[in-house]
Design a protein around this ligand. Structure first.
Ligand code: FMN
Length: 363
């Protein structure tokens, strides 16, 4: 047994004591009702995974026009809050902690998913490729989004605040702001998608502004020590990039230092020869600029997670795909057992299969 590993030790964020440093990464699973209300199987799914030190929920939209994919949950209606309460109650009864990932998809959407409205984005730049619309399985080409008016930005920031308040009412222990993977906040941060000439485009300071305003707004409802931020400085997923990731993210992290947040969550994807500044990894390179706790993510094995925690590169590690198919992942790490293999075909397929039917170890 790996009893000497630091990964199984507790860690404190704000008022929460996490029982280990093994986090369940946020993962969209498209099991909500079409109106974004969480279902009972979602409560079962998250409760099964309550042995994680922390669960981060799937991306959850703050408004209908923040929705990217069919059957994803929201946190802007009374019914959605009620549905999420069943999830958080289930996780708490099973001894776990759960943060909600607050999200706006920006241009990564389609009018069919937003009640006919054209998706909005920092600038009118169409992503390459196609996106799932309803019903699941049909992909349609992205369309050119409309540029968000300067005056609309305040409304989006306000909606993040309302979503945070709703998350508190729904019983969440904290929130993670999704500023990664090419969705709205990331579209503001990175310069391939932000060509604005107002106070929200241009300099690092201007491109970071919406995220910093969202942190301030959500901080009216949640203790800042219970707010995390997810960043993916090199990930090109959703057709996004930046001309100087080290410049942008070192600036941003120094700004984030002043908030004393729960953590910064780095997605490691995108380590290519074009990013030599990051030769040793995102967390190691950017961790130098950040004073608070760092969460690593992206194809981590147990061994890598354990040694990076021991070396102090990261404080905790989130696991995605392994948690889909292994509800008792911490126990499997501890006992060094085999893992169930996740079935990719049921990631977003709806229903119980490939969702709540993965087996835990006996006893
Ligand atoms: C099915 C699936 C859904 C995902 N949905 C989200 C999401 O809602 N929000 C997010 O930030 N990342 C999402 N991701 C990315 C994961 O959080 C994670 O970064 C990725 O799976 C790499 O970690 P892993 O190698 O441990 O799986 C998703 C990944 C998968 C496989």
């Amino acid at each position: 047994m790996k009893v000497k590993s630091k990964i199984f030790e507790t860690i404190t964020i704000g008022e929460h004591r996490l029982k280990n440093r093994i986090v369940m990464a946020p993962m969209t699973r498209s099991r909500a009702e079409t109106n974004g209300v969480p279902t009972d199987i979602m409560s079962a799914y998250y409760s099964q995974r309550a042995s994680a030190g922390l669960i981060i929920s799937e991306a959850t939209q703050i408004s209908l026009n923040g929705k990217s994919y069919p059957n994803t949950p929201g946190i802007y209606s009374k019914q959605q809050i009620k549905g999420w309460k069943k999830v958080t109650d289930g996780v708490h009864e099973a001894g776990g902690k759960i943060f909600i990932q607050l999200f706006h998809g920006g241009r990564i959407s389609h009018p069919d998913t937003q009640g006919g409205k054209i998706p909005m984005a920092p600038s009118e730049i169409k992503p390459e490729g196609a996106i799932h619309t309803f019903p699941f399985g049909k992909k349609k080409q992205f369309i050119t989004p409309r540029a968000i008016e300067s005056t609309e930005i305040k409304e989006i920031v306000h909606q993040f605040g309302v979503a945070a308040k709703n998350a508190l009412d729904a019983g969440f222990d904290g929130i993670e702001i999704h500023a990664a993977n090419g969705y709205l906040i990331d579209q503001f941060l990175r310069d391939s998608t932000n060509k604005r000439t107002d106070a929200y485009g241009g300099s690092y300071q201007n491109r970071s502004r919406i995220l910093l305003e969202i942190i301030q707004e959500t901080g009216k409802y949640f203790n800042l020590q219970h707010i995390g931020v997810r960043l993916s400085p090199l990930n090109n997923f959703n057709d996004i990039s930046d001309s100087n990731p080290l410049g942008l993210y070192s600036y941003l992290l120094e700004e984030l230092n002043s908030f004393k947040l729960a953590y910064v969550h780095f997605v490691e994807d995108g380590l290519t020869s074009k990013n030599l500044d990051f030769f040793n990894g995102v967390s190691l390179t950017l961790g130098k600029y950040y004073n608070g706790k760092v969460m690593g993510n992206g194809n981590y094995t147990f061994e890598r997670a354990d040694s990076e925690i021991l070396e102090g590169v990261v404080d905790f590690v989130s696991f995605g795909k392994l948690f889909i198919s292994n509800p008792d992942l911490p126990k499997r790490f501890m006992l060094e057992t085999e893992f169930n293999i996740p079935d990719e075909n049921s990631y977003y397929s709806g229903g119980k299969r490939g969702y709540i039917d993965y087996e835990s170890l006996e006893g």
